[in-house]
Design a protein around this ligand. Sequence first.
Ligand SMILES: Cc1cc2nc3c(=O)[nH]c(=O)nc-3n(C[C@H](O)[C@H](O)[C@H](O)COP(=O)(O)OP(=O)(O)OC[C@H]3O[C@@H](n4cnc5c(N)ncnc54)[C@H](O)[C@@H]3O)c2cc1C
Ligand code: SF4
Length: 338
Amino acid sequence: MINFEYSRATDVADAIRQLAADPSAKLIAGGTNLIDLMKIDVEQPRHVIDISRLPLTNVEETQDGGLKIGALVPNSDLAYHPLIAERYPLVSSAILAGASQQLRNKASTGGNLLQRTRCFYFYDTATPCNKRTPGSGCSAIGGANRINAILGTSEACIATHPSDFCVALAALNASVNVVGPSGGRAISFADFHRLPGNTPHIDTNLKRDEIITDVELPADVFGSNYTYLKIRDRLSYAFALVSVAAALNLEGDSISEARIALGGVAHKPWRKPEAESALTGKAATESNFMTAADVLLEGAKGYGHNDFKVGLARRAIGRALAQAARGTPQSQSDKKVR
Ligand SMILES: Cc1cc2nc3c(=O)[nH]c(=O)nc-3n(C[C@H](O)[C@H](O)[C@H](O)COP(=O)(O)OP(=O)(O)OC[C@H]3O[C@@H](n4cnc5c(N)ncnc54)[C@H](O)[C@@H]3O)c2cc1C
Ligand code: SF4
């Protein structure tokens, strides 16, 4: 057991002050990821700052017709919140596809964004891993990489980001509001998570002394034609091998706007504007969906055990877009909230 100091932040400013004062400090919200990582010595904060009682638990309408979600809104509360379930069902669907009910009760909005990869070697401190120990090597390249990335990889790291929630947030052009010692800023979702490059130990563009206060969803909703399709080894309580958040606006049979984001395939939710514009003004047909899939997956490559993901992702994109176009119910979990 590595000793650590525990303190409770009294407000956001206090959390920032405490974070800035100790470079080894970590915030804790629901604790469902941080505590697991501390138990196996992957994370070794000398100081844990509890933010779980800060008043960041509201879901509010914004002046421009969007929604602002407090960083401490539990994933369960958010999935079943009427404004989310009715106006952003893609978000409900993605959250309910993740983890288990008990975990979702504890997991927070901010913590979900910052959960760390599930790459086997990241958790195994006996093996080299550039994300855990920069410069030590990547055991997944040439190792057991069935769950690893096929897009946006580097020679240093082929990890994926494991969140389901984030895939829907990426598709919906969310932004992340953060506050640090020099004030607040908004980070667009596309810029929040990073590709590994040669610094895979840095997952996001959040600064070390910044706290997420809320996540904003813009007003443009895709409440009718959407799908969150998650392909995994078990039907529940498993991370995505491939997931697709698909949303369409239709005028008759023609697509006026499309959004597609992938999970389980890259170090961040994977989006490519060219794939979406390939669908704009086109008919909602299988061949157009597969063309968009090919654009989105351009450059995809497997590393051996995960070669199957390239074809799986292509088929999943086609299926998700077809389901979205039909406006069919998405999953058992979805039926609870619609
Ligand atoms: C067995 C298991 C299965 C799971 N399955 C899935 C799944 O299928 N899909 C999925 O999406 N997720 C899954 N999860 C992950 C789960 O969703 C995350 O663990 C959870 O969302 C993390 O939220 P938390 O509040 O518990 O974060 P914590 O563990 O408290 O924190 C995680 C990280 O975020 C930082 N942090 C937290 N809040 C803030 C903030 N406001 N500002 C700045 N930093 C902050 C912490 O410092 C820490 O580094 C699973 C987890 C487990 C344990
Ligand atoms: S893929 Fe990334 S997380 Fe996994 S072993 Fe390689 S460096 Fe570590």
